[in-house]
Ligand binder design. Structure first.
Ligand code: HEM
Length: 70
């Protein structure tokens, strides 16, 4: 999934997601920025280490630079 222009592999984190694996499954392969912010995630969620950064969506360089983590 992508959040704020950055693409993450969340497969290892999915079973541990406090909101449930199914929510992450629903946005697999999609831009989940809106859903992520709608859930008002904490600073702890934004520094989750079990998610793996894979890359950047084309054209999102500026958006990604302004958010060091999700
Ligand atoms: C990979 C990105 C994500 C991470 C690291 C993450 C992490 C977390 C963490 C740590 C919590 C516990 C509360 C908190 O600390 O804020 C949480 C709760 C929650 N997350 Fe996520 N989350 C991610 C993506 C998403 C997405 C895409 C959705 C919606 C589609 C979502 C929906 C929720 C909801 C609804 C809760 C509240 C669960 C409850 O309190 O019962 N999360 N998430």
């Amino acid at each position: 999934m992508a959040i704020h222009g950055l693409v993450y592999d969340v497969s290892k984190f999915m079973p541990d997601h406090p909101g449930g694996a199914h929510l992450l499954q629903d946005v697999a392969g999609k831009d989940a920025s809106g859903e992520f912010e709608d859930a008002l995630h904490s600073e702890q969620a934004r520094s989750e280490e079990a998610i793996v950064l894979k890359g950047m969506l084309a054209g999102c360089e500026q958006q990604a630079e302004s958010s060091a983590s999700p």
